[in-house]
Design a protein. Structure first.
Length: 339
């Protein structure tokens, strides 16, 4: 029976067979070459290499070393693209004449560029941060990606972030409260060395990265992002970040536990605000980056604290309790608006 050919893929989409064999090689210290035949990508990507004493065996390359090599490949591809850009510019420069008038723009750098695919987006961010020397501002909302893709993103971002910190730069990141104690986020700030700060809010805007207040990256639909270099737009993005930063709760350094107000936590205050506005449980959960079951648990605790026996009564009691005013939010309209 002819074996199924191994489908081509990139390292960021490592196949299931390759992943299992690499994990096995790391646990056992080596892997027989015959066993690795079903996943030739391991050798292709440099995740395993022949043992010096016996070529029939393959030894795993440490993940940290493999990651560094792969990131260098990304840097080389970026450099190749730059060389291609220069060659294209050289070829087209003599052709850019219309009616005897030269049409070359004074500034060849586009102020807005559409980026497609996570690899291209990450390459552009890496390139921008490689030239950064001052500060990077980030907003990272609740992620709907799976655990593995989030880990890959943080692994890719860690090296470029640390490089900026080593140059004396600063990183400020805003997260939602729901990611405050996730292992990926916590371990990130335990490992980063330098001026890196993180704060959290109940709700944040969509994802935003601003590099040295000269280049910004914002979402542009599923799988796409915009690279923005227009000064007016950069100026538009940064003040809202600064306002949210001053409202946020410090996470690192150090971790701060927000106080409760008459037994009502800041999370429940945020839920109360959305209840008064008439939002459903599903909308509240989505806005605050939690699952609907957790949202309903918080709503039930809020109702028990205020002594409510119905949804309509809960809206009235929230309005009468003063918790929204204490949170800086006045209830809209009548106190029973949530009914």
């Amino acid at each position: 029976m002819t074996p199924t050919p191994h489908p081509p893929h990139g390292i960021e989409d490592l196949c299931t067979a390759g992943t299992k064999l690499y994990e096995r090689a790391l646990r056992e210290g080596r892997l027989h070459a015959d066993d690795a035949a079903e996943a030739p990508c391991l050798v292709e990507f440099g995740l395993v290499q022949p043992a010096v004493e016996d070529f029939r065996w393959l030894e795993p390359v440490a993940p940290a070393i493999a990651l560094h090599r792969l990131l260098r490949r990304v840097e080389d591809r970026i450099a190749d693209e730059r060389r291609r850009e220069e060659k294209l510019a050289t070829v087209f420069e003599p052709l850019m004449w219309i009616d005897g008038r030269r049409t070359v723009m004074a500034d060849a750098t586009p102020t807005i560029r559409v980026l497609g695919g996570s690899e291209r987006i990450n390459e552009a961010i890496t390139e921008a941060m490689a030239n950064a020397a001052q500060e990077v501002l980030c907003i990272q909302p609740h992620s709907t990606h799976n655990k593995r893709s989030r880990f890959q993103y943080h692994a890719t971002a860690f090296e470029r972030d640390q490089a900026l910190l080593d140059r004396g730069g600063r990183i400020r990141t805003l997260y939602q409260h729901t990611t405050r104690y996730t292992p990926i986020v916590v371990s990130r700030y335990e490992q980063l060395r330098g001026d890196a700060e993180a704060r959290t809010l109940d709700e944040v805007t969509d994802r935003l990265i601003v590099v040295d207040r000269s280049t910004a990256f914002i979402p542009a639909g599923e799988g796409f992002a915009l690279e923005v270099r227009h000064p007016a737009l950069i100026t538009f993005f940064t003040p809202p970040f600064d306002r949210l930063w001053h409202l946020a709760t410090p996470m690192y350094p150090p971790a701060v536990h927000p106080p409760t107000l008459n037994g009502i936590t800041p999370r429940q205050q945020a839920i109360a605000t959305l209840l008064i506005e008439g939002h459903t449980d599903a909308t509240i959960a989505d806005r605050l980056g939690m699952n609907i079951r957790t949202a309903r648990v918080h709503i039930a605790k809020l109702a028990a604290t205020l002594g409510s026996e119905s949804r309509a009564q809960l809206g009235y009691l929230i309005g009468q309790s003063g918790i929204l005013e204490a949170n800086g939010t006045a209830p809209p309209g009548r106190p029973d608006a949530a009914s």
